[in-house]
Design a protein around this ligand. Structure first.
Ligand code: HH2
Length: 339
């Protein structure tokens, strides 16, 4: 029987003696939800949690691409595509992409995520050479003027190789090495960190009828398996970020279950990334039909994630998100949160 421990994450300055930090960061926990797959759920104190699990949840995470995890980090989305669901066609001209990158850095982005292939539901795969031509020159141009870490949002080794050579710092693979198994060796060989994201199925068909036994536990197991694949390929665990993949083969209810249970992923021992910005479930909840009208809902999701200790928020709206996190952290008195 598989057993999981989801830390009950707190931020209140009134913290009981013996409570542990979550990932060495701004949150703490003194209890966890003990979950038996297909069975009972109960609230347990730290003394009932295996030491290895306690360590995985509480140990500080290593610096990745120059980023430390003592405060939430904002990943600015820059899609150089004609068809991404929110910013498609806006930044695919090189000058527009560069201006957008500079604006996001100015607003306080900690990392820029450059993508040359839309992975929105129903999207078709883009040939390698097209994806490289969209991304590598833009990365090189940003790198020429900015020291900001850059991730390449791709599922393909040829695209990742060109991006890393152009100055990207990290590979962001929404298929977690299942689309192109060669990407694991390439990432390891180039000494790059990686974000491993969960997706069920391919973008073209993933929203047709996603099915899980238990979405939270299934996604957790998938990510644990993919971490094992990545480390076997030579990527050290302390260079891996994990992401539950909001909207990738998930109904709105699946997304909500993942958001409500997101602290479970701290038990994987890696920084957690959340990409919920402007996604469809926010429109379903709020009635905001157009992606551009979902900024307020996106900020609400981001604030909830920060309260759960999520380290990286992949967002379109840097300034809004930053202001909301800064004000919330001061108002509720989270000690030492410098954002
Ligand atoms: N979502 C998208 C793309 N890449 N990467 C990670 N790690 N997590 C995510 O949730 C994620 C991602 C999809 O959003 P977007 O890039 O805004 O749109 P599109 O796929 O249409 O280009």
């Amino acid at each position: 029987m598989s057993i999981y421990y989801r830390p009950i994450v707190q931020t209140d300055p009134c913290r009981p003696q013996g409570a542990l930090p979550v990932a060495g960061g701004w949150c703490w926990f003194s209890h966890a939800e003990r979950i038996e797959r297909g069975g009972a759920r109960s609230l347990v104190p730290l003394t009932c949690i295996p030491p290895a699990v306690l360590h995985a949840i509480s140990a500080p995470r290593a610096t990745i691409a120059g980023l430390t995890w003592d405060a939430p980090r904002l990943m600015g989305i820059l899609n150089v595509t004609p068809d991404s669901f929110s910013d498609g066609g806006k930044f695919n001209a090189p000058e527009a992409a560069l201006a957008r990158a500079a604006a996001m850095v100015e607003e306080g982005a900690d990392i820029l995520d450059i993508g040359g292939e839309s992975t929105r539901p129903g999207a078709e795969t883009v040939p390698d050479d097209v994806e490289i031509a969209r991304t590598a020159p833009v990365i090189a141009a940003i790198r020429a003027g900015q020291a900001v870490p850059i991730s390449i949002d791709t599922r393909k080794s040829a695209v990742a190789r060109a991006a890393l050579m152009a100055g990207a710092s990290l590979v962001n693979d929404v298929a977690a090495f299942t689309h192109d198994p060669g990407l694991a060796a390439l990432t390891a060989g180039m000494g790059a960190p990686v974000c491993l994201m969960h997706a069920q199925g391919d973008p073209k068909t993933m929203q047709t009828a996603p099915v899980y036994d238990d979405v939270l536990l299934d996604v957790y197991d998938f990510l644990a398996d993919r971490i094992a694949v990545a480390t076997a390929a030579g990527i050290p665990r302390n260079r891996i970020i994990v992401d539950p993949g909001i909207g990738f083969g998930k109904t709105p209810d699946h997304n909500l279950a993942l958001l409500r249970g997101i602290s479970l992923f701290h038990a994987l021992g890696c920084p957690v990334l959340l990409g919920a910005s402007r996604k469809r479930f926010i429109g379903v909840i709020s009635g905001a039909e157009a992606a551009a009208d979902r900024a307020a809902g996106s900020v609400a999701v981001a604030l909830g994630a920060v309260m759960q200790g999520v380290q990286i928020l992949r967002v379109h709206d840097i300034a809004l998100t930053k202001q909301a996190i800064r004000v919330q952290s001061v108002v509720i008195g989270i000690e030492g949160l410098k954002i």
